[in-house]
Write a protein that binds this ligand. Structure first.
Ligand code: LLP
Length: 436
């Protein structure tokens, strides 16, 4: 087996994922197929863990499960000692079914319903991360009705813009998420929550964005939050047990992405928190992070089979595969860029640039606009790299195409962890219209 930084091959030169030949995966499970290299997931998680251990702080790594939600990933994260964040009753339900320890679940979302809050409270989730005044009111009602107590955090909008795609920014003031500091909303929420006996405010949360490739934004975020803590300590003698700094650590999608190690983000964050704690004479709180993309992104591969090809003289050819925007909306939605390989000969020299097109009925369904590939023919298996985050989790049944299967591969073994949808699955909620 040979290896470079981005992929492994076997003696036949085929792409290997988790020690399994990608061609075998395509043959056994069909395409389109999402495959995770589980060892890579563990490696990413452990890189964060090691940096926290070395930094000697209390910490939690709370996997942002919106990046990829399934029973199997919750099992793996639990085994690694992680927490998870969920953002809906559906994610919470999946976590409960996976047997995930409820005290390690944080419940997020900017419009949690009363039913969802009730579900969270009844199942004793670890923390509810409060996002707005409406929710404080709803949670109050739920706690009165159930006579229970719950730990909460306040999601603060720190006024920091991460350098990333506009849709991926969340920390700036003009955002639908969280309580704004400058206008006084955060302080008002703080006072409301502190007055509630059934809510224990364990800390503050912020999230500045996603696919962030430098540490500067996190330094600013820590600074804003620690300034706020200092203010609240002076005014109200309050100090949080936990500072949750969200996720957002960027990954390598293409050679253009200059990534920094996951440990570096954590080292920087710890250093900033320590420095400011000393400066403002505050306790060093436990530091929580919520990585999603960086845990599962690079571990994921999408396998497709090449079908039709269209050559127009003088223009870039279209090579079409059997998936596309239904299993990965990111190129169409965010102009996200990916790299692709031919699974049988990933090391082959590229000889042409093609539009790697999807099978859906939209011109915008192009997975890779300018894919550099060797000559391909119908039946070839193509692997698109680093599709593990926000690919399957944002998949749809557009054009009534069933969603792919998901396979976990590790130590040379492959196991289906989400089965491929069937045509029957597609119509299971349909009902005949009975004209009266
Ligand atoms: N914490 C909070 C509160 C979040 O809103 C998010 C992501 C995360 C953590 C995890 O961020 P990550 O480590 O994965 O960057 N669909 C978009 C990404 C949306 C991110 C939403 N929030 C995409 O495909 O790029």
């Amino acid at each position: 087996m040979s290896t470079n930084d981005y992929y492994q091959t076997n003696d036949q030169g085929h792409l290997m994922i988790g020690g399994v030949d990608a061609l075998k995966l395509a043959e056994n499970f069909g395409t389109p197929l999402v495959v995770y290299d589980v060892a890579q997931i563990r490696k990413q998680f452990n890189a964060l863990k090691q940096a926290f251990v070395a930094g000697q702080v209390d910490y939690a790594i709370s996997y942002a499960s919106k990046a990829f939600t399934s029973i199997a990933i919750y099992q793996v994260i639990n085994e690694l000692g992680g927490h998870i964040d969920v953002v809906s009753g559906g994610e919470l339900y999946t976590a409960l079914k996976a047997g995930f320890p409820t005290e390690k679940i944080s419940f997020h979302g900017n419009n949690k319903t009363k039913d969802e809050l009730l579900m969270a409270v009844e199942n004793n989730v670890g923390v509810i991360i409060l996002d707005n005044f409406h929710e404080i009111e709803l949670l109050k009602q739920v706690l009165h009705e159930t006579n229970k107590k719950v730990q909460v955090m306040l999601r603060i909008t720190p006024g920091v813009s991460a350098h990333t795609h506009e849709y991926d920014q969340t920390g700036q003031e003009d955002s639908k998420f969280g309580f704004d500091v400058r206008s006084g909303q955060a302080e008002k929420a703080f006072l409301q929550v502190k007055a509630e006996e059934q809510m224990e405010l364990i800390g503050l949360h912020a999230h500045i964005g996603s696919q962030i490739l430098e540490t500067e934004g996190f330094n600013l975020e820590v600074e804003k939050l620690m300034q706020l803590v200092q203010e609240w300590k002076q005014k109200y003698d309050y100090q949080p047990q936990v500072l949750n700094l969200g996720g957002g650590f960027g990954i390598r999608y293409t050679a253009k992405d200059r990534v920094i190690g996951l440990g570096t983000f954590v080292e920087q964050i710890i250093a900033s928190v320590r420095t400011l704690a000393e400066q403002y004479q505050l306790n060093v709180p436990a530091i929580w992070v919520e990585p999603g993309r960086s845990i599962v992104g690079e571990a994921g591969y999408s396998l497709y089979t090449v079908g039709s090809r269209k050559d127009v003289p003088g223009l870039t050819p279209y090579v079409t595969v059997d998936g596309g925007m239904g299993d990965n909306i990111r190129p169409a939605l965010y102009q996200a860029e990916y790299e692709a390989l031919v699974a049988k000969r990933p090391a082959a020299e590229p000889v042409e640039k093609v539009h790697l097109a999807g099978r859906y009925c939209e011109s915008g369904d192009i997975l890779i606009d300018q894919a550099c590939l060797p000559k391909t023919k119908p039946g070839d298996v193509i692997a698109v790299l680093a599709t593990g985050a926000y690919g399957y989790s944002m998949a749809s049944n557009y054009n009534r195409v069933p969603r792919p299967a998901v396979v976990f591969a590790e130590n040379g073994q492959a196991q289906e962890v989400v089965t491929r949808e069937t045509y029957d699955d597609l119509i299971k909620n349909d009902r005949f219209y009975q004209e009266k």
